[in-house]
Write a protein that binds this ligand. Structure first.
Ligand SMILES: *Cc1c(COP(=O)(O)O)cnc(C)c1O
Length: 483
């Protein structure tokens, strides 16, 4: 399997060559040269597999330059019952992503039982093991630099903690995260994890990461890398749970299933699109946005109009507060018939801060064949959905999952099972749960009292040079060297 760039002007690469890379040299995103197809015999065989065994079968089709035995070990290590231990009562311990049936034909796929209670763990855990493996082969080191307002940063830290050859430097706005999120990150005592509380806001943190990334000499000297959402391995890892969800919601491979997906950067639903292209019988992929509805607007009108950061609304489903969907270019590449020149032209406009309009284009007219439909949700919708699911089914869902379910129910077709992706647990969004239900969210036993654990972090000025000095001072000794 080789990987090409969506902008058509970069040489093809193997999986391990793009694993640690960000954008392709021409500014595009990497995608498989062609999507592997699953046969009906494979679907029949895969239906019976455990999550890790299924993940290996799916990933083996995309990762052809890691020996099968090694890949199997890495996948098994990423999906253990011990890592996905925040199950609700009634879930089987080794299910990893159990399907929770609300009513006949209406299900939630629980993707949030990992260490940080959000579905990002599903991909990040695999990434941690893949990074460690590939770095060990080349004897190289990697220093991951990131900015977080909560979710992605903690997921990355829990995936990279204790990994040989890897350090994580994670910037967060000092005193701006919830107590729970702060405790999740700052209670990690692993010597390769560096929590940096920046005296500033999230945008300051992001600006510092950009500044450091643009200092190519520093970046090279200190082997700085990222784990952002455009990473191909993160998308690939997510393809698996569409297969898992499909098998759990059906009895035979003649049935179709629709998935509702709370979306921000288009990573999760992009994986669903690829599963569908592989031949998984998915009827519809239902994209849900919150008030930040750039993607919903595109699927309704054909106009893609990314907003400026200042125009992004802060909502009660904050992980979907995205004004420019970083993975959307992957779907657009398929939509325009895999023509890199067209993508270059469209993203020439986007990268210059503009928009594009495909409403009159031949390709947009054929969009139905990709099964994508969309809708958006508001704070009031979110509260109403959380309340309704609690009252009707005695199940507590988080704000993002509520957005997915709201739009999913609007687009639901009779006779077609609907699986809504559960992307986080409610305990992460206490305030909105209290507002919706007038009670405290449920908290998994493993996280009781996490706020009282000792915390390990440095408080630094919102100044790129100060951060660089800190990184330089902490990258001289080997990672995981105990002081
Ligand atoms: C990241 C995230 C999303 C959005 O997923 P994308 O892959 O960026 O579309 C939705 N819900 C939660 C809880 C998230 O953390």
């Amino acid at each position: 399997m080789r990987y090409l760039s969506t902008r058509g002007n970069s040489p093809t690469k193997s999986f391990t060559e793009i694993l640690l890379a960000g954008l392709a040299p021409d500014g595009g995103l990497y995608l498989p040269e062609s999507y592997p197809r699953v046969t009906s015999a494979e679907l029949t065989e895969w239906r019976e597999l455990s999550y890790p065994a299924l993940a290996f079968k799916v990933l083996e089709k995309f990762i052809t330059d890691i020996p099968a035995g090694d890949l199997k070990t890495l996948v098994d290590r990423s999906y253990t019952a011990a890592t996905y231990c925040n199950l609700r009562p009634g879930d089987a311990a080794d299910e990893i992503t159990p399907l929770r049936t609300l009513a006949p034909g209406l299900h939630l796929l629980e993707l949030s039982n990992g260490p940080t209670l959000a579905f990002k763990d599903m991909a990040m855990q695999l990434l941690g093991n893949l990074f460690e493996y590939v770095l060990a082969k080349s004897g190289a080191e990697l220093n991951i630099l990131g900015a977080t307002s909560g979710d992605t940063g903690s997921s990355a830290e829990y995936a990279m903690r204790g990994k040989r050859g890897i350090r994580v430097f994670m910037l967060s706005p000092h005193g701006k995260m919830s107590r729970f999120q702060t405790a999740q990150m700052f209670s990690l005592q692993d010597p390769n994890i560096f929590n940096i509380a920046v005296r500033g806001v999230f945008d300051d943190c992001q600006d510092i990461v950009k500044n450091v990334s643009n200092d190519h000499a520093f970046k090279e000297r200190h082997r700085i890398g990222t784990v952002n959402s455009i990473n191909w391995a993160r998308v690939a890892a997510q393809i698996v749970y569409y297969f898992k969800g499909y098998f759990a919601a059906t009895k035979s491979n003649d049935e179709q299933v629709s998935f509702a997906v709370p979306s921000g950067n288009f990573g999760n639903i992009c994986a669903g699109h690829i599963a569908r292209m592989m031949g998984l019988p998915i009827r519809k992929l239902i994209l849900a946005t919150n008030e930040n509805d750039v993607l919903d607007e595109f699927f309704r009108t054909g106009v893609y109009r990314p907003r400026a950061t200042a125009q992004t609304f802060q909502t009660s489903s904050p992980s979907m507060d995205i004004s420019k969907a970083s993975n959307f270019e992957r779907f657009a590449f398929d939509l325009v018939g895999r023509d890199g020149a067209s993508v270059r032209e469209l993203w020439g406009k986007v990268d210059a801060g503009g928009a594009f309009d495909l409403s009159g284009a031949r390709h947009f007219a054929g969009i139905a064949r990709f099964g994508m439909v969309s809708g958006s949700s508001s704070h009031a919708d979110r509260l109403a959905t959380i309340r309704r699911v609690w009252q009707q089914y005695q199940v507590m869902i988080d704000t993002h999952t509520a957005d997915g379910l709201k739009v999913g129910l609007e687009q639901r077709e009779s006779g077609v099972p609907l699986v809504c992706m559960e992307t986080a647990l409610p305990v992460k969004f206490e305030e909105t749960i209290r507002e919706a239900l007038g009670r405290e969210p449920e908290r998994p036993a493993a996280l009781a009292g996490i706020e009282d654990l000792p915390q390990r972090f440095a408080v630094l000025a919102a100044d790129a040079q100060v951060i660089k000095d800190y990184i330089a001072a902490h990258t001289t000794e080997p990672p995981n060297h105990h002081r």
